[in-house]
Design a protein around this ligand. Structure first.
Ligand code: PLP
Length: 822
């Protein structure tokens, strides 16, 4: 840590004068700018390079050390990471925020203006990528040697603009201003093959050998981004792979004047890591996607073998040196790739290789949604990865033989367990591959982990019950409280001591203060200030004026039918109609805030965005409403914006159809920041409610069991429409065209609800409205609300990602964190 050894290095000094000097040196020597002519962006780059020196210095000491007995390292394989802006987070972790502010102030530079300059790496869609980044943060914090492996997408998740009420996607050019955080490692580059064919022969020792002769080879270039931990001398590494052509040009083609063909392969190779697929919780059946998955899985495993060799160990010790976590099935092909590397390249026998593989991998399931379960047409798979298909078929044959031996006469198990789906056109089922190839499979919240065992992987849970476990997700309190909510942080430090960001269970000390009127007043002041800050931002971005004293009712997350933003909208419109009918209706002022991106090809999700902007256009300036209701769609929900939104929430909308949201993490971020939740018994909501107390949580809706019952028995959305006057009037109102755009505009959404309603919006409408009524009632008593808000924060200690990571370390990876537990 900063003060451990007396530091005389010019680059890592921690006094304001030293930081100031390092900053000026970077400005001139690294960026070639005269301080007098430097732009705000130059200031950002120079400070980033200054801070990077500190972090990299820590990294070299924590990674480079030659321990007598090397610790098992963790490799977290994830196709997505969503780190958010790095600079402020490093300053916080290093304890340098105030010093840096002082150093810059002495040069007449405002730190906040500098922080504004950073482009965040949008290398993920939403919760899954953000989880991976929270976990790297915690790995560094608790002190585990770890690498998060992924893809360095040139274009991450699109930037969202709202034009005429609709989402418009803008290319994310996050690298255009330069990326000061990454370090290119040419020495770590690895080659990855695609296509071609395999050959087998018997070698001089009489061994059956197979070699893969790929048709093309792509080079993976390694780019390292250091991830600091809180008050920690460890750093984690995010190592992202960029694809490049192995040769710059096909010179033969070039010399024959075929310029097009000469550049073709180069372009194809570079396209591999060009862009992130922008669908959340949805399978992409595209060949390029499979290529991306194999590309980063292969690069990462080859990298681990390279490091192993540097440590003087052999491939037969792979599992002793590496615990590899598969974040969903996106990297599941790694199971086959490790087998290939061990057998074909390192010449291990099958049985030994298989033992090593299974001792290495563990797999996290993130979804039960059928449309998100990855499967690849076997022909496509075989054309792209012929050797891997052979290996998968061999794994499958041996696995199914074991099943037959263990369950004689129960052949029905075979088709259900097989890695190959043979019901019709044949597919490789990636969840089955991940499950067979892993020693442990976990879900991400208690309910979800149970449902994994009862549904998608039920047949596996029956034969291997001990393989399945739960690790409830968590979020980092550094970024999402200490950084995002400085007002609250000050209050928490006074009330619970300064150590809470690294020991979140300390927050329980707040409990007693919930009954302290003076403390509640301060608590409310902080929330109000956060809401004012967000209100300003809302006006700046949308032109909408909001009242910070109104209830801020927030639903921010990817737009998806299963998350049911349209249930929220039906409720808003029903309140609107109520006030129109009866201007004296007792409805406390509310500001409804939506945010989130819709997948570009997801028509209904885009309709949901449009209906929320239409509701705003209708309601916000209606003189009859007189500002009592406001509806805001906050554009471009990303990590930076999230840091403004979560701390300003009074009410957290977690209203997915029960059984659909694996965990959710937005729910944790908001409750930790003192929002009360209105939610279904879904994902981690269940555990949040248990933790904060049922009297501090607004529960409604069908349970997961009731949902499956309805699904089995069939349901009739029209019956709800017919029998519930309020619901009928609201839907008729939308269908009438009163929201503008003509009566046909929202017809697809209305028809979907009335004819299919796959996520039971209409079935839960009444219960939701009643829960919202309870919200309004509590809101009218600010003291009671503040008490419940304090208790939410006080009781959320469990949901730190440090706790999740310690569970993975202890129960799954078998590694010992450097920092002892709380
Ligand atoms: C936490 C987070 C999410 C996940 O939100 P859910 O409500 O759990 O779906 C998505 N996007 C960003 C930017 C986040 O910070």
């Amino acid at each position: 840590m900063k003060s451990k050894s007396p530091n005389t290095s010019l680059r890592t000094g921690t006094k304001a004068a030293e930081i100031r000097q390092a900053f000026l040196d970077h400005l001139t020597c690294s960026l070639g700018r005269l301080p007098a002519y430097a732009s705000a962006h130059d200031h950002y780059l120079a400070l980033a390079l200054t801070v990077r020196d500190h972090v990299v210095h820590l990294g070299v000491s924590s990674f480079g050390g030659k321990e007598s007995k090397p610790q098992r390292r963790v490799a977290y394989l994830s196709a997505e990471f969503l780190p958010g802006p790095h600079l402020a987070n490093h300053l916080l972790n290093l304890g340098l925020s105030e010093t840096a502010r002082k150093a810059l102030a002495s040069l007449d530079i405002d730190l906040d203006a500098v922080l504004e300059q950073e482009e965040e790496p949008g290398l993920g869609n939403g919760g899954l990528g953000r989880l991976a980044s929270c976990y790297l943060d915690s790995l560094a914090t608790v002190g585990v040697q770890s690498i998060g492996y992924g893809i360095r997408y040139e274009f991450g998740i699109f930037d969202q603009q709202i034009r005429d009420g609709w989402q418009v996607e803008i290319t994310d050019k996050w690298l255009h201003g330069g990326n000061p955080w990454e370090i290119h490692r040419p020495g770590a580059a690895r080659d990855v093959g695609f296509g071609g064919h395999t050959e087998s022969w018997t070698d001089d020792f009489g061994r059956h050998r197979v070699r893969w002769l790929p048709a093309i080879t792509v080079r993976g270039e390694a780019y390292d981004t250091p991830i600091s931990g809180y008050n920690s001398d460890h750093i984690a590494l995010m190592r992202l792979w960029k694809s490049e052509a192995t040769e710059s040009f096909d010179f033969e083609a070039f010399n024959h004047g075929n310029y097009d063909r000469a550049v073709e392969q180069k372009v194809d190779s570079e396209n591999l890591s060009k862009v992130l697929y922008p669908n959340d919780s949805f399978r992409h059946g595209k060949e390029l996607r499979l290529k991306q998955q194999f590309f980063f899985s292969s690069c990462s495993l080859q990298d681990m073998l390279r490091i192993l060799e540097m440590q003087g160990a052999g491939p037969e010790n792979f599992h002793e040196h590496w615990a590899v976590q598969l974040n969903d099935t996106h990297p599941a092909v790694a199971v086959a790739e490790l087998m290939r590397l061990l057998i074909d390249v390192h010449l291990l026998a099958w049985d030994q290789a298989w033992e090593i593989t299974r001792a290495t991998f563990s797999y996290t399931n993130h979804t039960l949604l059928p449309e998100a379960l990855e499967k690849w047409p076997i022909d496509l798979f075989g054309e792209l990865l012929p050797r891997h298909l052979e290996i998968i078929l061999e794994i499958n044959a041996r696995f199914l033989d074991e099943v037959r031996a263990a369950f004689p006469g129960e052949d029905w198990r075979i088709a259900r367990l097989s890695i190959i789906d043979e019901n019709g056109p044949r597919y490789v089922r990636m969840a089955h591959l991940a499950c067979v190839g892993s020693h442990t499979v976990n879900g991400v919240a208690e309910l979800h982990s149970e449902l994994v065992k009862q549904t998608v992987l039920a047949d596996f849970a029956e034969i291997w019950p001990e393989k399945f476990t739960n690790v409830t997700n968590g979020v980092t309190p550094r970024r999402f409280v200490a950084l995002a909510n400085p007002g609250l942080s000050t209050l928490l430090s006074k009330a619970a001591g300064k150590t809470w960001p690294g020991k979140l269970s300390k927050l329980s000390k707040l409990e007693a203060l919930a009954d302290d009127a003076e403390f509640r007043a301060k608590w409310r002041q902080v929330k109000l200030a956060n809401k004012s800050r967000l209100a300003e931002l809302i006006t700046e971005r949308t032109g909408i004026l909001t009242d910070p004293t109104s209830l801020f009712d927030v639903q921010v997350k990817r737009i998806h039918e299963y998350k049911r933003q349209h249930l929220n909208l039906l409720h808003i419109l029903s309140l609107y109609l109520k006030i129109k009918r009866d201007p004296t209706a007792d409805i406390p002022a509310r500001t409804f805030i939506f945010g989130g991106k819709a997948a570009p090809g997801y028509f209904l999700a885009k309709q949901i965005i449009r209906i929320s902007t239409a509701a705003g256009e209708l309601i916000n300036d209606d003189p009859d409403i007189a500002g009592r209701l406001k509806v805001v769609f906050f554009p471009d929900f990303n990590v930076r914006n999230a840091q403004y939104v979560y701390p300003a929430a009074d009410l957290s909308e977690q209203i997915s159809m029960a059984g659909m949201e694996a965990s959710g993490t937005g729910n944790m971020k908001m409750s930790l920041n003192g929002a009360l939740t209105i939610g279904t018994l879904d994902g981690a909501n269940v555990e949040i409610r248990e933790a904060v107390g049922e009297e501090n949580f607004f529960l409604f809706g069908l349970t997961a069991d009731e949902v499956s019952e309805v699904e089995v028995c069939g349901h009739h959305p029209r019956q709800h429409y017919e029998s519930d006057t309020e619901l009928r009037e609201t839907i008729d109102f939308i269908a009438s065209g009163a929201l503008g755009g003509g009566s046909g505009l929202f017809q697809p959404l209305i028809a979907n609800l009335l004819e299919h309603d796959p996520y039971l919006v209409l079935a839960d409408f009444r219960a939701y409205g009643e829960a919202q009524q309870r919200v309004s009632e509590l809101w009218t008593n600010p003291e009671d609300w503040a008490r419940a808000s304090i208790l939410n924060t006080a009781r959320m200690g469990k949901f730190s990602s440090d706790r999740s990571i310690r569970e993975y370390c202890q129960r799954i990876w078998k590694v010992k964190p450097g920092k002892p537990s709380e």
